[in-house]
Design a protein around this ligand. Structure first.
Ligand SMILES: Nc1ncnc2c1ncn2[C@@H]1O[C@H](COP(=O)(O)OP(=O)(O)OP(=O)(O)O)[C@@H](O)[C@H]1O
Ligand SMILES: [Mg+2]
Length: 308
């Protein structure tokens, strides 16, 4: 049964699509069978891989006109494509019974065929994203290591919490991916330390460095392993995929070992009263601890709005 992973951040341009493509390609490099699902009406993933408009995209499938028809991009690497038509789907499906579970039911017949299904979410928290969350085991949150990286993260957590308690109790935040990292920049290092304070060991050890090859690969309609397999982008994503494999294997082993919980409903109720994960409360600041220590009286330069 495939591990289903949604790449989610309603902030735009943080590396969701780049990560979806290159995590998918990296897992294929590691011998896995992967399905990528482009759930974004911008269809950036589809376009970045140079896949032409398909007769059946995720749009037609969500409308109930067809089952999912994956396009074989490479051996062991399939893609369910998107198209601009998908931008109308949220409105069109708003009165559809079971509209939050349309994707989940589409996955059912094919889930055994793959080791991993990776969903590239749109930069919004609407019905499409909700469908991704009801279908997933894990959410990975890509965070760009820039100012305001954590802005709006509380909203994502709120949505994930609600989905877990109401619609999909298997869902959890499986990881946080620091993207576009440049170790020479003080700000990038500071942001990473803030992200780690907030998310703890959910942050993957591997950080995705800023690498021009990652930005060029879509223009060549390739993933990074086909475009520049020796680039730092390829090395980073391959290393990240090894971590992903370890985490997924560990989660699977834990789930198989866990005793049956007869009072699952009760446990959920308890959990809703607690903050998700082991995150510290409070508003993280994007000011380097070192800078704060040097100027204890100074006002923090910027505060992240965690309630936005
Ligand atoms: N590690 C990186 N180094 C350099 N450029 C990168 C890196 N990761 C992503 N980019 C570039 O940053 C831009 C935004 O990335 P991407 O499209 O993956 O973000 P996104 O979160 O999917 O955006 P959207 O919210 O619009 O869907 C793209 O031009 C991409 O090529
Ligand atoms: Mg994208």
């Amino acid at each position: 049964m495939a591990h289903v992973i949604s790449l989610l951040n309603h902030k735009g341009g943080v590396g969701k699509t780049t990560s979806a493509i290159n995590i998918g390609a990296g897992l294929v490099e590691l011998g896995k069978k992967v399905l990528l699902l482009d759930l974004d009406p911008q269809a950036n993933l589809t376009i970045s891989l140079g896949i032409q408009r398909q007769p059946v995209t995720i749009y037609e499938a969500l409308r109930g006109e067809s089952e999912l028809v994956p396009f074989q991009y490479k051996q062991n690497f399939d893609v369910v494509t998107s198209s601009l038509d998908l931008s109308g789907a949220e409105m069109e499906l708003v009165n559809e019974p079971g509209r939050e579970f349309l994707l989940r039911s589409l996955f059912e017949p094919i889930q055994e065929e793959y080791d991993y299904i990776i969903i590239d979410c749109p930069p919004s928290l609407g019905l499409l994203t909700l469908n991704a969350l009801t279908s997933s085991n894990f959410v990975y949150i890509p965070l760009q290591t820039e100012f305001l990286a954590l802005q709006g993260v509380a909203k994502i957590k709120q949505v994930i919490d609600k989905v877990r308690f109401r619609l999909n109790k298997k869902l959890s935040v499986g990881g946080v991916i620091a993207t576009m990292y440049d170790s020479r920049k003080v700000l990038n290092r500071d942001v990473v330390s803030t992200i780690k304070k907030y998310f703890g060991n959910r942050v993957f050890e591997t950080m995705i460095r800023n690498n021009v090859a990652l930005a060029e690969a879509p223009a060549q309609r390739m993933d990074i392993f086909s475009y520049q397999p020796k680039s730092s982008g390829a090395l980073d994503y391959l290393k990240l995929c090894k971590e992903i494999e370890q985490r997924c294997n560990a989660a699977e082993a834990a789930a198989n070992a866990a005793p049956a919980k007869p009072q699952a409903q009760k446990l959920s109720t308890v959990a809703t009263r607690q903050p998700m994960d082991s995150m510290p409360k409070g508003t993280p600041e994007l000011v380097a601890p070192r800078q704060q220590a040097a100027q204890p009286q100074a006002q923090p330069r910027q505060i992240v709005d965690l309630h936005g």
